[in-house]
Design a binder for this molecule. Structure first.
Ligand code: 2IT
Length: 444
């Protein structure tokens, strides 16, 4: 593969899709040496095929708000690659959603799902619907309208959606309810379901818990432990909640959370009460963290800023793509950050990743660090197929095992002298399985 030539072709074909091009470039650059050792990949045009989604559905979502007014949003599903299993990936509801973002997410999901060791292909979907400030009834009517189109393209063995930014248990409940009614079946399509209708214990916690299990292994690789370390977390949603809970349980001190309005610095660190309050803030649907500083004495709110200026041992971006840029990375490195575990999908810009790697700061990429979420979705699918429910310790033990195996895969391909390039390791390990499976199944 000639990455420059390939990227030029892809850019010409898909102008104006910066996030998609960024994700593709990162993977191609890191896998090229390994790829070129396999003439069967080049012969089968695996790189050219793997960068394009299998298909994309775009549809109109029409719904009526509480004032009786009609609203129009756009809905999408990008079915990226199903070489190793049914399409699988979350649904994002956020005003920023567009095709470039969903294509980057579906592309990343393909390799992430491959890393989980479970049989799942990659997909992503969503809408530019903004859940902020919407009533329960409005969210329900929107979700039902969204499913009125999407239901015919998904199914237990074809495509299994889940949550992402803006879609939690409530939205999945409304979407699954509509799917079940239209499809006249109860096969558990959708993961992250409620516990009363086929959900899995530990799924809500899984992305954050898995990220901390991976982080613990990264620390072990450098002969360090999590206990006593300070951690900067961004975001205050489901993923930040899971990561903060587990890191705190294991003795780390989480000193920041953040929202679109700014960040909270709490030098005393989070505790159970503060973590519960974070959930309350999220549930209030206003997308702000500022009220935290009024509630907890000793904490500070920094309006319009990101938490990366705080001196910490560990940084865990848990919010959204490109939330940590080159300047943020330089600040973290100057403040002697020891490890960066990216929990958001593509949370760090290419400049930030270069800065960490150049400074030999271990950087765990989202597709490895956050894979516990979709891995536990895979475990939910297994339970639904068996018509059984596993206990929380059973699911947690399997999640732990999967995160260890992802860490092992990163080490297999990521060693660069004494430095471990987890990004390279994750990209190659995730890519190899999908690529081999495509070769074995012929040109399609
Ligand atoms: O980015 C992700 O891995 C998710 N939003 C979860 C996907 C899933 O199918 O559980």
């Amino acid at each position: 593969m000639n990455v420059e030539k390939l990227m030029a072709d892809i850019e010409a074909r898909h102008p104006g899709e910066p996030e998609y091009l960024q994700a593709v470039k990162e993977v191609l650059v890191t896998v090229q040496d390994e790829y070129n050792k396999h003439p069967e990949f080049e012969k089968n045009k695996i790189a050219e095929r793997i960068v394009e989604p299998d298909r994309i559905f775009t549809f109109k979502v029409v719904w009526v708000d509480d004032k009786g007014e009609t609203n129009v949003n756009l809905g999408y599903r990008v079915q990226y690659n199903n070489a190793i299993g049914p399409y699988k990936g979350g649904i994002r509801f956020h005003p920023s959603v567009n095709l470039s973002i969903l294509k980057f997410l579906g592309f990343e999901q393909t390799f992430k799902n491959s890393l989980t060791t479970l049989p799942m292909g990659g997909a992503k979907g969503g809408s530019d619907f903004n859940p902020k400030g919407k009533s329960d009834g409005e969210v329900m009517r929107f979700c039902q309208a969204f499913m009125l189109e999407l239901w015919r393209h998904i199914g237990p063995e074809t495509d299994v959606p889940a949550g992402d930014i803006g879609t939690g248990a409530r939205e999945i409940g409304y979407m699954y309810g509509m799917y079940r009614k239209l499809a006249q079946e109860n096969t558990g399509v959708f993961t992250g379901k409620g516990m009363t209708y086929g959900g899995s214990l530990i799924r809500p916690e899984a992305t954050g818990f898995g990220a901390v299990y991976f982080l613990v292994r990264m620390l072990e690789d450098m002969g360090a432990v999590l206990k006593g370390k300070t951690v900067a977390i961004s975001g205050f949603g489901n993923v930040a909640w899971g990561a903060a809970s587990k890191a705190t349980e294991l003795g780390a001190k989480v000193v920041t959370i953040s929202g679109p309005d700014g960040y909270i610095y709490d030098p005393a660190g989070l505790n159970a009460e503060k973590i519960a309050y974070m959930l309350e803030l999220r549930a209030s649907n206003n997308d702000v963290v500022a009220p935290y500083a009024k509630k907890f004495a000793g904490s500070e709110f920094h309006a319009g800023k990101k938490p990366w200026e705080v001196k910490v041992d560990i940084a865990m971006p848990c919010a959204t793509q490109n939330e940590l840029n080159g300047d943020d990375a330089k600040t973290l490195v100057a403040n002697k950050v020891q490890v960066v575990a990216e929990v958001s999908n593509m949370g760090c810009t290419p400049e930030a990743i270069d800065t960490f790697i150049h400074a030999k700061v271990p950087y765990g990429p989202g597709k490895a660090v956050n894979a516990g979420g979709v891995a536990t979705s895979g475990l939910e699918m297994s339970q639904n197929s068996q018509k059984l429910n596993w206990t929380a310790p059973e699911v947690d033990a399997k999640l732990h095992q999967i995160m260890d195996s992802i860490h092992g895969a990163c080490l297999e391909y990521g060693k660069e002298g004494s430095y471990i390039n987890y990004m390279k390791g994750a990209n190659i390990a995730g890519f190899m399985k999908v690529a081999r499976s495509m070769v074995e199944q012929g040109t399609l």
